[in-house]
Design a protein around this ligand. Structure first.
Ligand code: SF4
Length: 893
């Protein structure tokens, strides 16, 4: 806790801004713009625990890189001028081209109140249906799957079910890295109750290391595996016909198609690449576990057959009646902190508001409730198609709020070019620069986490408050405020009378109950009359939350246990699911399947997590992971660079051979952008194929090629200031405590290193070392005894670890007798700590391996010896792996 920070018991309770677990946080401001951060023991999502990302939030609160004033081009303007410019521009586009020439692209990180106002302004008043969100990239297939099966976008389960289950299946979900607090809850239950865990993923991940069975399925074949389970359940007499007859339709057709496609174990094994024995074990466990939870995440959703995969999973739960019960049901794990809230207010192009779609009856309800003048008649364009329409000139004005489509969308080079075609691009964000902002005509300074006020909904339908604990900096404003001001300027003051977030929330709650009469599952109308004070004090609560005839508030922690689905029949649909296939097959030119994903300590495009030096140490560069056999065949070794190409774009990435990916597969993380790498923007490689039902893009299986990048020199540069990167053939930049770490490569050896350094390094007293024979060059620059920069270069990528060198930047003056150690990269007589494994306590790989060699043979023992893994626990899977690797070594080693 900082010196001036309030005691944590007096801290403000809020919610983490990262993943869909939605952990409660206590934040105690220090009075200087920072805050001490801790988990909230009273929040039912996390009971006080945070992962490495949440725990490092305090490092991301500064104003560095913030956008603090409205900007028209490069000119700072006041809000009045900015709002007038936007209103005038939108009116002009609407008058010349019609309302459908205007689009809004939103974010799962917006608060529900911001989302609500954006959606109402666009659909209800401007009259454009083209409102979509980056949740399209994350959860749209789950939404489509839920709506097809249940009639509404409802997650039936809650997190406690992971602890109550006898079997938990994690499908396409690296929960250990992407939902770490939930993973910890699950692993605790596994240790205490023996909950069985099965992981299904083409990759072996940190999550699969904590599983009883891992199924490394062939990409694109999940539907065959789950269809096979449906048939197995029927053959083994495990279908609950009583439940299916009373509460579902379609089981017979689903079984018929599954059988026709060959759903016996041998056929499933052939299709999925799994062994028949592993498939039988999985089926046997699933069939025999009354309490089974099947969790699915991006590996299922981000697919051109994502909706079918979701329904194939749900089918098995519906056929057995294992749904909406303690420890039994399907559970979609949401990627973003408020993807669920956005879905609730209609942030998706195919929804209207409050979970209502464009059917005539629901459209009429929304139109009358809003007194909307221009409600569109049909659905809008989903994200990928929206940007294709921009590229084609059909959409002329776009308002992007809180997201970075030039990095995150598939075919991102086309997206970037499309942004350049717009007559009006408005971007509201809290950062001053990102790949999307570079193209904006208007940049609006938005509030950041810690300043915003509103609500979010997590993966278990739990609505929590995000409360401000820092004052708004500069001219930054809430997104809903900007939207309201534009609405007022366009003449719709009465429809947008909001004074605060509570006003908006009350209206949202009232709409959810308006003429509902039990027909719509999303109902939080019990909160429609909430006072400002009650809204302020709102505790994390699951929806639905409504009043019965007697006026009593009724809620539910699980849904559909007794049927009562949201379809007109009240019954769920079990859908026939066709066998899946890759959207694009591999070919001789593109013989690999490119899979994208995340790393443990980064979030999205790193605009926030990239500010934390602590989080940068886990993985500081974009990389490509490929199977060791492929790496050997292609001459790609650890630490070298590779060029990965697809039909859409290319990237240069650090090579990481492993046995965790299948031969013929490549895995790349999504986080890097042009702001922090020369060619690490993975969206540029991803194909724009989408799921026909959800519109979600296929981000897990793009045909790709890989070849060595012709680097002549590899190096790193640590510096206090951000130094230029031009003419570096490859570079990637990460934060460190007192500056920046830039990794680089050159394709030609400089004729003279000292000359080459002159334009790149700060002024000062250089200490240099050059060995022409081995091709090494090292230089440290000091000014008044204070370290300013260190540069190491060599003909090979095996350079000293940077961790000790980073610590030298903390010294006011490097002692004279230590200066030569700057060239060695380690203290006199000292050890290189190696890569940091535990971000919380900065414990390096070398220290952990020393502890293991001394007898620490479990994560708990390593924790006692080094403190690694004893705080957030995000590194526990890696500690387990390091302990087991050492255990498998021959005794003599
Ligand atoms: Fe935040 Fe981590 Fe909790 Fe996700 S698991 S909400 S990133 S603290």
């Amino acid at each position: 806790m900082g010196d001036g920070a309030a005691p944590l018991q007096d801290a403000i309770r809020t919610t983490c801004p990262y993943c869909g677990v939605g952990c409660g946080i206590r934040a105690a401001p220090d009075g200087r713009g920072g805050a001490a951060i801790a988990g909230d023991p009273a929040h039912p999502a996390n009971f006080g625990r945070l992962c490495s990302k949440g725990a490092a939030l305090g490092e991301t609160l500064g104003l560095e890189g913030r956008l603090l004033r409205p900007m028209l081009g490069e000119r700072e303007v006041g809000w009045d001028e900015a709002i007038a410019y936007i209103a005038g521009g939108l009116a002009r586009v609407r008058d010349h081209f019609g309302p459908k020439a205007i689009a809004f692209y939103l974010s799962g990180q917006l608060l529900t109140e911001d989302y609500y106002v954006a959606n109402k302004l666009a659909k209800g008043f401007i009259g454009t249906p083209h409102v979509d969100t980056n949740s399209r990239l994350c959860m749209a297939s789950s939404v489509a799957g839920h709506r097809r099966a249940f009639g509404a976008d409802v997650v039936p389960q809650n997190y406690e079910d992971l602890e109550l289950a006898d079997l938990v299946v994690l499908v396409g979900s690296n929960t250990a890295w992407c939902h770490p607090v939930l993973y910890h809850r699950l692993q605790t239950a596994r240790a205490e109750r023996g909950v069985r865990v099965v992981t299904i993923d083409p990759r072996r991940t940190a999550t699969s290391e904590g599983a009883d069975l891992h199924l490394d399925i062939r990409p694109g074949t999940d539907a065959q595996l789950w269809n096979g389970l449906l048939v197995w359940l029927d053959d083994q007499g495990r279908v609950d016909w009583s439940y299916a007859d009373r509460h579902t339709d379609g089981l017979g057709s689903a079984l018929k198609l599954a059988r026709a496609q060959g759903a016996q174990v041998t056929a499933v094994a052939r299709e999925t690449g799994l062994s028949a024995g592993d498939i039988e074990t999985f089926y046997h466990w699933w069939a025999g576990s009354e309490r089974v939870v099947s969790c699915y995440s991006q590996g299922v959703n981000q697919s051109a057959q994502g909706s079918d995969k979701v329904n194939a999973i749900i089918n098995c739960h519906l056929a057995t009646g294992r749904i909406g019960k303690p420890g039994a049901g399907p559970l979609s794990l949401t990627g973003q902190p408020n993807a669920m809230g956005g879905r609730e207010v209609g942030g998706l192009a195919n929804m209207l508001a409050a979970h209502m779609g464009y059917g005539a009856h629901e459209r009429d309800i929304v139109q009358r409730f809003w007194a909307a003048r221009n409600l569109p008649c049909g659905e809008g364009l989903k994200a990928v198609q929206m940007f294709e329409a921009i590229a084609g000139g059909g959409i002329k004005a776009l308002w992007v709020i809180g997201t970075n489509p030039a990095v995150s969308l598939p075919n991102a080079d086309l997206v970037r070019a499309a942004l350049g075609r717009l007559e009006l691009l408005i971007v509201s964000d809290n950062v001053a620069a990102n790949d999307t902002l570079s193209a904006a005509h208007v940049r609006l300074p938005a509030l950041a986490w810690g300043e915003k006020d509103g609500t979010v909904t997590n993966s278990e339908r739990r609505i929590s408050r995000q409360r401000p604990f820092l004052p708004p900096p500069g001219e930054a404003r809430a997104d809903w405020w900007m939207l309201r001001e534009v609405a007022v300027r366009l003449g719709w003051r009465e429809a947008f009378p909001y004074r605060n977030a509570a006003d908006i929330f009350r209206e949202h709650a009232a709409l959810s109950g308006f003429e509902n009469r039990g027909t719509r599952a999303f109902d939080i109308s019990a909160w429609a009359g909430l006072s400002d004070a009650a809204y302020d004090a709102l505790r994390p609560t699951q929806w639905p939350l409504k009043r019965d005839h007697a006026g009593q508030i009724i809620g539910s922690d699980r849904v559909f246990g007794e049927g009562a689905y949201a379809l007109a029949s009240g019954r769920a649909r079990i859908l026939p699911i066709p066998a899946g296939a890759l959207a694009q097959p591999i070919s001789a030119s593109y013989p690999f399947v490119l899979n994208t994903g995340r790393v443990r300590d980064q979030w999205h495009t790193m605009t926030r997590t990239g500010l934390s030096p602590r989080l940068a140490v886990h993985i500081g560069e974009p990389f490509v992971e490929l199977h060791v056999e492929d790496a050997v065949r292609l001459g790609l070794s650890q630490g070298r660079l590779a060029c990965v190409r697809t039909r859409y774009g290319e990237a240069v990435l650090r090579v990481m051979p492993s046995e965790r990916v299948q031969p013929g597969s490549l895995f790349v993380p999504i986080h890097w952008s042009d702001q922090n790498s020369s060619a690490g923007r993975i969206g540029a490689l991803v194909q724009p194929a989408t799921d026909p039902h959800s519109g979600q893009p296929e981000m897990k299986a793009t045909p790709a090629s890989i070849e060595p990048f012709p680097a002549a020199k590899f190096g790193f540069l640590l510096s206090r200031e951000m130094l230029p990167t031009q003419n570096l053939a490859y570079w990637a930049r990460a934060r460190m405590p007192a500056g920046y770490a830039t990794f680089f490569a050159l394709t030609a050896v400089p004729a003279n290193w000292s000359d080459w350094c002159k334009s790149r390094l700060p002024l000062g007293e250089p200490l240099t070392y050059e060995d022409a024979g081995s091709g090494q060059f090292r230089v440290a620059v000091l000014a008044d005894g204070r370290l300013q920069a260190v540069l190491y270069a060599a003909s090979h990528p095996e350079l000293p670890s940077i961790e000790w060198l980073k610590t030298r930047f903390a010294l006011a003056r490097v002692p004279a007798h230590e200066r030569r150690t700057l060239i060695a990269g380690r203290p006199i007589g000292g050890e290189d700590e190696g890569d940091v494994v535990c971000a919380c306590f900065q414990v390096g790989r070398a220290r952990i391996l020393t502890a293991v060699a001394a007898g620490a043979c479990s994560p708990a023992a390593i924790g006692i010896a080094t403190r690694a893994g004893t705080n957030c626990g995000s590194c526990l899977p890696e500690l387990k792996r390091l302990a087991s690797v050492m255990a498998q070594r021959p005794a003599a080693e």
